[in-house]
Design a protein around this ligand. Sequence first.
Ligand code: ZN
Ligand code: MN
Length: 498
Amino acid sequence: MTYDVIIGLEIHAALKTESKMFCTCPNVSEAPANTVVCPICLGHPGTLPSPNMAAIESTILLGMALGCRINRLSRFDRKQYFYPDLPKGYQISQSELPLAYSGRLRVNDKVISITRLHLEEDTGKLNHPPFEDYSLVDYNRAGTPLVELVTEPIIPDAATAKAFAQRYQQILRYLGLASADIEKGEMRCEANISLQKKGCWQYKDGQIMALGNNKLNNKVEVKNIGSFRSLEKAIDFEINRQTKMLENNEHIKAETRGWNDQKNITIGQRVKESSADYRYFPDPDIPPFKLSPTFLRSIKLRLKELPEAREERFRKEYTLSEEEAILLCADKELSDYYEKVISELGAWVEAQGDSWARHDKKLPKLAANWLLNEYTKLKKIHPEKTTLITPENMAEFILLVYHDKINSSAAQSILEKMFLGGGEPTHIMAEQGLEQLDDEEQLRQTVTKVFAAFPDQTSEYKNGKVSLLQFFIGQVMAETKGKANPQKVKKILEELNT
Ligand code: ZN
Ligand code: MN
């Protein structure tokens, strides 16, 4: 390709605080329209906003997690915004002195620089009833705290952009700062995309600059992205669209385009405003504020283990593969649960007078497999069920499988019963008679019985028709109602074949 792709991201995330950003209204997502409002978030004249300290702390904590520098002197600014979903006619945001700046986040072996992290207030929601000549506005969300992250324009492709947004969501969740559900609009991603001819530009001081007499192509901003998949698709669509235009010597307009999820295309919406149009100025109602070293240190103490570190630790401590570690840690709750199960497993092993060191390679891996496969499948099939399996019962279950007390089909049915109704796996096993049939003598008797029932197949098998092995295993399993240990049945049958 003759062009370099240059992508920058802007991501807004709604913070999970008790109250809104500048008033004492509760910060809730579900409430009847216009019931969570007050004179401050409705922008009545004469009211005074006062910043939410918890939101400021959250943004600083997030900045620390992303390796940002923290501005010791910060301030709120007014951004001109004339649209009915914000009643004041401006948005309180941060321009010159954001809370955090100059950070980084590693995704897929690439380090993506983060320009800034700032705090602002969200808008209300507009409703446009179809076929009506009016619109409705709900101010419940107006004035709720939003943290905005801006990356440097250095993301090279759509897959990296998507991975960045996913990793960022994970960090917000690990720190407990936001649910950041992109499908619910709690996290909103916008991408700036431009294509520049190779060798005709350079990246300097956070800016894309033309080299020599070359002229830069304009960048296009894409909004309206409702999922991580759409983020990737929208960027890829833009790369294709812009490549074709440049190949036809067409001019690319600097504009904002919206992603259309049904048609899988971006559609031009409006010419992009330049930052001068925002006419930022310091909000005279909120004095600039200083952050003391003691205060910053107290926030730093709240830093927790982040996803990347946890993945690394899981690989080392539990000898998981990279893929297993990534999958487990993708969901913080699941990875927390996994660790509780491991600690219960340790307790079980020791209670049996055994030593953990003898099993610490195999048991954690077995547990990871069951959590990632069957358990995750059950959660998907029954999304309404909040899990009833205690870590203790899960550990006991893993040990039943580990010690070959149950075969895998019995294990699946026991796990489902535990998932739906709770209970101890050993009880369920006894109740349902699912204990694996391991006794050699009993298995041999069953084989003899099956042979008697299928004399023709038996003589063919004994004369060397090996392909009948599976048939006979199946018959023995059926005869024992699925309880036979399939490995042992196979061994016995193979002996009789020779
Ligand atoms: Zn309010
Ligand atoms: Mn913003």
